[in-house]
Design a protein around this ligand. Structure first.
Ligand SMILES: [Zn+2]
Length: 324
């Protein structure tokens, strides 16, 4: 069987009759499966395809899963794989009725009950059930993405707001080992999957942005070799300590959120502007009716600019360098 082919063709998977080494396979929903060794050393959740057109990490996750299913890669970690939005993957769309990664942890009154909201709830429940069974073991969740636009810093991660906990230097070092060059430390809650698993499942949840989104089969320029190597080590149950490693990512924090309040919103950036483009102090970044958004912070850079978001939502982040 080829799991990804079958998922993309909406065929019910023909599972292997048995997995080697006493592994247990549980299907938790479409694109959702857990693989459990008898005596796991820790718990690893790999999600991808939350945005259906972000294909490079889907291909990577599927190939690792396939090796496990084929008995070529023997896990000693307990594994959950999630292919977030199979129908959007089939259509090569970022999302269908709503952006999944803005729906996690939100009440039904805010999300409605459309297909995306229902899928977000299914993913939340799968993640919670998976991590609830892991007790005091170390829990790691990497939610893998590629970005709409290019980036001055090609591979970066979002470290969701950890509330009363400190940002974890070992996990930041691990991200560097995965090839991540910059980490954006968040200072407030967000409706993303990685924030959800961190807040509600006790996991070290991270969003990884791994390059520019391209269609299936066209990801030769997305370099995932370091991430793949670390995921292989993790799947095999090897937990390296990266606190003192020489390679460390550049750290950024959010200085200000740019919010689109009305239809009068104008963003003074070219549509092709790359993530982490530097903006000079004094630059008029946006106007919204009478409101003016002027850059004041030294070393400021723009991340995730998007003039097309709905009113009331984030149209970009202004970030600045920081330290732990
Ligand atoms: Zn994405």
């Amino acid at each position: 069987m080829n799991y990804l082919e079958q998922l993309l063709h909406a065929q019910s998977p023909d599972w292997p009759a048995g997995l080697p080494g006493g592994l247990r396979l549980s299907v938790l929903g479409e694109g959702l499966l857990a693989i459990e060794p008898a005596a796991p050393v820790f718990d690893l959740f790999i999600s991808c395809g939350i945005h259906g057109n972000e294909t490079a990490p889907i291909e990577l996750a599927a190939s690792l899963l396939q090796e496990v299913l084929d008995g070529q890669l023997l896990p000693r970690a307990r594994l959950l794989f999630a292919f977030g939005n199979p129908e959007a993957m089939r259509r090569n769309e970022r999302y269908l009725d709503d952006d999944l990664n803005r729906l996690f942890g939100k009440p039904r009154e805010q999300t409605g009950d459309g297909p995306a909201a229902q899928r977000a709830r299914e993913l939340e429940q799968a993640a919670c059930a998976f991590f609830a069974a892991s007790g005091s073991r170390w829990k790691l969740h990497y939610d893998l993405h590629t970005a709409i636009r290019g980036s001055k810093i090609e591979q970066f991660a979002i470290y969701p707001f950890p509330h009363e906990q400190a940002f974890d230097a070992g996990e930041i070092g691990r991200l560097a080992a995965c090839g991540i060059e910059a980490v954006l430390l968040q200072s407030k809650a967000s409706p993303t999957f990685s924030y959800y698993t961190r807040r509600h499942c006790g996991a070290h949840g991270f969003t990884l942005e791994l390059g520019k989104a391209r269609p299936f089969g066209q990801n030769q320029e997305v370099r995932l070799d370091k991430l793949e190597a670390e995921l292989r080590r993790l799947i095999a149950g090897e937990q390296r300590d990266y606190r003192a490693s020489a390679a460390q990512p550049t750290l950024f924090k959010v200085a200000r959120e740019l919010v689109k309040h009305s239809d009068a919103f104008v963003l003074h950036l070219d549509d092709a502007v790359e993530n982490f483009t530097e903006l000079a102090a004094g630059y008029l970044l946006a106007e919204d009716g009478a409101q003016r958004f002027v850059v004041e912070e030294p070393g400021a850079r723009i991340v995730f600019p998007n003039r097309k978001v709905k009113n009331g939502l984030r149209a970009g982040l202004l970030v600045v360098p920081t330290t732990l």
